[in-house]
Design a protein around this ligand. Structure first.
Ligand code: HEC
Length: 193
């Protein structure tokens, strides 16, 4: 029985692969690699800096870092990556710098709707935008208690006040552990050679 199952899977797998040319498979693999690398670079850069500020001066200090430097650090990461751009977006955004486009919003909403149906979200999804452009979306989950300090139900009055002051349009609070917070989007321009 197991052998039968395996055989069916192998046949299914190869017929799926046949639908896409080997060149395209290689191409998609390289898109995924670039997406993984670029999103990791951004997350690491932001997380390391944030942790340092949290340790040295607490949540308010870290907030100051986020609002003053998260965007410019993102731009720095972009300068390191050639032909690729990376950003963070959220439907419930805090900073207007991180508003998704209409089309990006549709993908974020689809991810949210999958999540609402108890689907375990994939590490990434790839969208083909046009012949040479791809978007790699990495869902960002509230996966650390520290996130809740600034995105949960904020109890610290001074922090609440400071967030309201800096972000009058803030809608990035009220999250719980495991919630979908948004996504990193890596836009990749790469033609098949
Ligand atoms: C010290 C407060 C603080 C903590 C802790 C914090 N954030 Fe944020 N976050 C902010 C601020 C301020 C912004 C808006 C400025 C920016 O970073 O672009 C933001 C923005 C974001 C954005 C971009 C979308 C938007 O709403 O503007 C995402 C995604 C995000 N945070 C996820 C997280 C996750 C996941 C964690 C935990 C690993 C976390 N944050 C921890 C303060 C914080």
């Amino acid at each position: 029985m197991n052998i039968f199952k395996t055989l069916t899977l192998v046949t299914l797998g190869s017929s799926l692969l046949l639908a896409v040319s080997p060149k395209e498979v290689d191409h998609l693999e390289s898109i995924v690699k670039i997406g993984n690398k670029s999103s990791t670079l951004l997350i690491k850069t932001l997380a390391q800096n944030m942790q340092k500020k949290m340790k040295s001066g607490g949540t308010l200090h870290a907030l100051d870092f986020c609002s003053n430097q998260a965007y410019s650090l993102t731009q720095e990461v972009n300068q390191k990556l050639r032909g690729v751009s990376v950003k963070r977006v959220s439907v419930k955004y805090r900073s207007p710098d991180n508003i998704p486009s209409q089309k990006e919003r549709a993908i974020l909403e689809s991810l949210q709707s999958l999540k609402n149906s108890n689907v375990i979200l994939p590490k990434y999804v790839i969208q083909k935008v046009d012949t040479n452009t791809y978007k790699y979306y990495k869902p960002l989950i509230i996966n650390k208690k520290a996130c809740l300090k600034c995105h949960g139900d904020i109890k610290n009055v001074a922090l609440k006040h400071e967030i309201a002051n800096r972000y009058p349009l803030d809608s990035a609070t009220g999250y719980k552990m495991g919630d979908l917070r948004g996504a990193i989007i890596v836009t990749i321009e790469k033609s098949i050679k």
